[in-house]
Write a protein that binds this ligand. Structure first.
Ligand SMILES: Cc1cc2nc3c(=O)[nH]c(=O)nc-3n(C[C@H](O)[C@H](O)[C@H](O)COP(=O)(O)OP(=O)(O)OC[C@H]3O[C@@H](n4cnc5c(N)ncnc54)[C@H](O)[C@@H]3O)c2cc1C
Length: 350
């Protein structure tokens, strides 16, 4: 028996499926590349455009990884420089001008009765790479890199509507043939093409609901000045939330290696209306920071050294593809952003 996967909710699904199938094959379109070294900064990852942006894995996501991969997940993530952050004591969040919340003294124990509110904080490369390394140690799982799926392989037998009744595998791009499977799980993310593949075989497309907040997002890895680093001692993440009529959202998040990822977002997809400038110019980004209602942001960023070019992300719609509302062939499951993707500035679940 064989299950078939893609990354990176696919990493978790593969690990879990290996308890029920004799063999699990993960197909990953990106070649094995620079994101292998857990300590390096995000590198090119065409299949995951959000790879270069700051990532924090909130409690539920973290516990799913812990449950799936066991205690090694946490220990390897932290050994490689990932951070375990308590929202109560390690963060500063400016929610209204002049106010902050969720802040105990740095490193302090939570008051009795209040459980910590942990998240993993690291580059996407480390969060994902740690899971991948553990998955590759699973003898029932094979990960095939540089293997891009370009369609579904269907059974010859038809259902009552004359459509192929079941999915029996995946076809690979470049004439790579068919990888057969008893169960295909599509985890190919927000740009998944599975709806097109199903449609070509006569299956109804799911209704899609889209909520577009017009979010534009820029991230940049920076080295802060010694003075700014001193001010941020004991703080893992500092953020200012967008507040009407100010659309800017800005955060600084400590990454492995101790440097910070700066992320800035606006809600208009339009620089004039508040989105950050999409230029490789720290002065312009600093100038944008001056427009953030939270003045400390610009003070902290002033004089920072950019450690890489800014990465931008638009089209951060919230998209729900309602596969639950349509019939699907046997042998196919869909997970992760394939089904539902949120804009990351506020579309979160802890
Ligand atoms: C800017 C931004 C910031 C974010 N920040 C956070 C955050 O801080 N915390 C958080 O929890 N979430 C964050 N998210 C959301 C998070 O990244 C996604 O929800 C999550 O990665 C979805 O996982 P997935 O497995 O469904 O898809 P992905 O992680 O996108 O993985 C899809 C995988 O499938 C592969 N693939 C795609 N097509 C094919 C194909 N045809 N054949 C083979 N392989 C293929 C891709 O290479 C990739 O490895 C952010 C998203 C964005 C856009």
């Amino acid at each position: 028996m064989q299950g078939l996967q893609k990354h990176s909710s696919g990493l978790v699904a593969a690990q879990r499926l290996s308890k029920h199938f004799d063999e699990v094959v993960c197909l990953e379109r990106d070649p094995l590349g620079g994101d292998r070294d857990a300590k390096t900064l995000p590198t090119k990852r065409p299949g995951v455009p959000q790879f270069k942006h700051a990532h924090g894995l909130l409690g539920r996501g973290g516990s799913i990884l812990d449950d799936s991969f066991g205690p090694d997940y946490r220990s390897e993530l932290l050994a490689a420089g990932g951070r375990l952050v308590d929202w109560h004591s390690d963060l500063v969040i400016h929610a209204l001008p002049g106010t902050t919340f969720m802040r105990d003294a740095p490193g302090s124990a939570p008051p009795p009765g209040r459980p910590p509110m942990y998240m993993y904080s690291a580059t996407r490369g480390l969060i994902e790479g740690t899971a991948r390394k553990l998955l590759e140690r699973n003898p029932k799982v094979t990960v095939r890199y540089g293997a891009r799926a370009d369609g579904l392989a269907f059974s010859a037998d038809k259902d009552d509507g004359g459509r192929p009744a079941a999915v029996e595998g995946v076809t690979l791009a470049g004439g790579g043939g068919v990888v057969g499977a008893d169960l295909v799980v599509d985890c190919s993310g927000r740009n998944s093409r599975v709806a097109d593949w199903l449609g070509a075989a006569g299956w109804e497309a799911p209704p899609v609901s889209v909520v577009d907040a017009g979010v534009g997002y820029v991230s940049r890895h920076v080295r802060l000045t010694l003075e700014a680093q001193r001010r941020l001692e004991g703080i893992e993440l500092i953020a200012g939330l967008p507040l009407y009529p100010n659309p800017q959202f800005a955060l600084m998040q400590r990454m492995e290696g101790g440097e910070f990822m700066v992320a800035m977002a606006g809600f208009a997809q339009d620089e004039a209306a508040g989105s950050p400038p999409m230029v490789d110019d720290v002065a312009a980004i600093n100038a944008w920071g001056q427009g953030v209602w939270w003045p400390e942001f610009n003070e902290l960023l002033c004089g920072a050294t950019a450690l890489g070019p800014p990465s931008r992300f638009f089209n951060l719609n919230n998209v729900h593809r309602r596969y639950d509302a349509v019939a699907l062939p046997e042998g196919l499951a869909l997970l992760g952003d394939t089904v539902c993707s949120f804009n990351p500035v506020y579309g979160q679940e802890r």
